[in-house]
Design a protein around this ligand. Structure first.
Ligand code: IPD
Ligand code: CA
Ligand code: CA
Length: 281
């Protein structure tokens, strides 16, 4: 089964509201990866388990190779930190942080919700970020100090001030122990404060961009990796939102908990979920 046509809107051109060299290269690389993913989606591709429920497929690997080739051609001296075959790279002055397929579990189960995430970091801090949703052919773009866009349009976070006005996104790290239990308790306590709902869509980079464009008032997950959040972090910040660990500390491009919000809800969500964060997070 290929991606159903009704989900797949092929834009005739890549939107280019942010015309920096890094954004241009990231968009070309993401488009190449998106084509790989569209070709594999719904076919009988090989899936391997990092664990039984943490999967990797040929689609992840081929998409990553397409992105790495595009970046190396344009910036041969930059470092690349990417989930599959380049996951041990140290950050340098110029580093690209890549998730070639965010939402592998969805992808493996033919659920059309996944993304490509590419960030360019200058001295360890995101300076350009691209999250591409190849199912909807939608782009989230941000450049430090130059704003953020959803396709050609600037976006902004939700205006919600109270939990009973908002929808919250959540993710579950690949953990079936304390992190999973704590996440469920955090969700319970958010529901007790009358949030409109909880959504777990399964691609953290897109979830975070949905905070940036106001769909979610907040999103949290008790453990993510830099490739899950590096690009979307900049999209959230440039959209006027706030992003930190679930303890309210700055994100440091390492595995950590992540809380993103419209800013106004940051404290109340943090106070609600932090008591359920395991000590190891
Ligand atoms: C995963 C997704 C998922 C999140 C997991 C991530 P992957 O990324 O972003 O939404 O809950 O923690 O690892 O493994 O599909 O690239
Ligand atoms: Ca990911
Ligand atoms: Ca991935």
């Amino acid at each position: 089964m290929a991606i159903p046509d009704r989900f797949c809107y092929h834009a005739s051109m890549i939107p280019t509201p942010l015309d920096t060299p890094e954004i241009q290269v990231a968009q070309q690389a993401a488009l190449a990866a998106g084509k790989v993913l569209q070709r594999y989606f719904g076919t009988d591709f090989q899936i391997r388990g990092k664990q039984s429920y943490n999967l990797v497929s040929d689609a992840d690997l081929e998409a990553e190779r397409a992105i790495v080739a595009a970046i190396r051609t344009a910036f041969p001296h930059h470092a690349i930190l990417s989930e599959e075959e380049h996951s041990q790279t140290e950050l340098t002055e110029h580093t690209w942080v890549i998730d070639p397929l965010d939402g592998t579990n969805n992808f493996a189960h033919q659920i059309p919700q996944f993304g490509v995430s590419i960030a360019y970091l200058h001295h360890g801090s995101p300076a350009a970020g691209v999250v591409y949703d190849p199912v909807r052919d939608e782009w989230y773009l941000a450049a430090r100090g130059q704003g953020e866009f959803h396709n050609e349009s600037p976006i902004g976070v939700a205006n919600h001030e109270r939990l009973d006005q908002t929808m919250v996104g959540v993710g579950f790290y690949y953990d079936r122990g304390a992190m999973m239990e704590g996440t469920l308790l955090a969700i319970r306590d958010l529901f007790r404060q009358n949030i409109h709902g909880i959504r777990r869509f399964g691609a953290a980079s897109i979830d975070l961009c949905w905070v940036a464009d106001g769909k979610f008032g907040a999103f949290f997950e008790f453990e993510l990796s830099p490739w899950d959040y590096a690009a979307a972090m900049l999209v959230v910040q440039e959209a006027g939102g706030q992003i930190s660990t679930c303890r309210g500390e700055p994100l440091r491009m390492a595995r950590s908990s992540v809380l993103a919000s419209n800013g106004k809800l940051h404290q109340i969500v943090r106070q609600t979920i932090e008591p359920h964060l395991p000590a190891s997070c």
